[in-house]
Design a protein around this ligand. Structure first.
Ligand SMILES: Cc1cc2nc3c(=O)[nH]c(=O)nc-3n(C[C@H](O)[C@H](O)[C@H](O)COP(=O)(O)O)c2cc1C
Length: 318
């Protein structure tokens, strides 16, 4: 069990973290919870949360996660298809992680607008082949989770027997160019520094996901903490974010800090695994209500009206 943090911490501002708190998800949860919101109620309107991406309209900037492997959990239903169905029914962007072409197709066939995230395989031909397959099967965009090169032993990771590779800026430029030839945007998932965001911009990446992939990097900086720096250099790239988006208030904070849209993650897992589509839909409805409530309280009429100065952190504006 992790020990509770002391309050206030040694510098009077940041809480002292327990020595063993190497869990990035723990830090991310805590950081989001400590961001507070001021009220801007006079003249407010009921918020419109509809969202446009690459010429398509979506009902909310809260998106599905890039999950994978869940169909191997031995359940009676297929969770990967079940959450894709929730995305289709609700008009949300769907994301899919590491799945074979065959399994990707089954998920894409549900009919939600789907972004396929491919592993940084050492075999670059495999990446190109999966990108091509995704586009032939109506992917909205394709991308790579660039934060999955290195494993917990410090070597190149191996997933399902497949060796991962490290990626250079030139590799990213080549994959982005390949996606553009196929006619779709290219996404780099797992960007967690202004340095890497700048490299993505130079490589003509269309969108980045500010994410630590649910804690791949020990002591990873929370996406909300690094988002303002990334926004300074992101230029025309679309900036998504995920990690610990457990309710609509978390979504609000990341959107206020400049994310154009966010993915929820493990927050939908219990319902998804137990009941499938209806539980995911109910969770998203609840998150949308929470998001709209906060937008209403802070005078944010639509997604282009967010203002980070409504956020406070430890007694100061963010
Ligand atoms: C079961 C599961 C499978 C995942 N598979 C992938 C994957 O294949 N590719 C990927 O980029 N991210 C994958 N992720 C990470 C998510 O896309 C997302 O970054 C993360 O769950 C966000 O953090 P949260 O769960 O705290 O919200 C996976 C996460 C889970 C829980």
């Amino acid at each position: 069990m992790e020990k509770e943090a002391q309050w206030p911490g040694p510098d009077g501002l940041i809480p002292a973290l327990p020595k063993n708190a190497s869990n990035a998800a723990w830090h991310t949860r805590r950081f989001l919870d400590e961001i507070l919101i001021e009220e801007r109620i006079i003249g407010t309107k009921v918020a419109d949360i509809s969202f446009e991406l690459w010429g398509k309209k979506f009902s909310s900037p809260i998106m599905m996660p890039a999950f994978s492997h869940l169909n191997k959990a031995g359940l009676d239903h297929k969770p990967m298809e079940e959450y894709a169905r929730a995305a289709k029914n609700l008009g949300l962007v769907n994301w899919v992680g590491m799945e074979s072409d065959e399994d990707y197709k089954r998920i894409a066939d549900i009919g939600a607008e789907t972004i396929r995230i491919i592993k940084p395989f050492e075999d670059h031909e495999k990446i190109r082949s999966q990108m091509t397959f995704a586009v032939r099967n109506k992917a909205l965009a394709v991308g790579i989770d660039i934060d999955h090169s290195i494993g917990a032993d410090g070597e190149k990771d191996v997933v399902d027997g497949e060796k991962m590779g490290t990626l250079t800026e030139e590799d990213l430029e080549s994959f982005a160019g390949f996606a553009h030839q196929l006619g779709v945007p290219f996404v780099a998932k797992g960007v967690l520094s202004a340095r890497d965001a700048s490299a993505c911009k130079r490589a003509h990446v269309d969108a980045i996901v500010v994410s630590h992939h649910h804690g791949r990097l020990p002591f990873a900086v929370p996406p909300a903490m690094v988002l303002p720096e990334i926004k300074k250099v992101s230029g025309k790239m679309i900036v998504f974010a995920d990690c610990s988006v457990d309710d609509g208030r978390d979504a609000y904070k990341l959107l206020a800090l400049g994310a154009e849209a966010v993915s929820t993650g493990r927050a939908i897992l219990p319902g998804l695994l137990k009941e499938g589509t209806p539980a995911v839909e109910e969770k998203i409805h609840q998150m949308n209500r929470q998001l709209k409530e906060l937008m209403g309280y802070t005078g944010v009429a639509g997604l282009t009206d967010f203002d980070p100065t409504v956020l406070w952190y430890h007694g100061r504006h963010f």
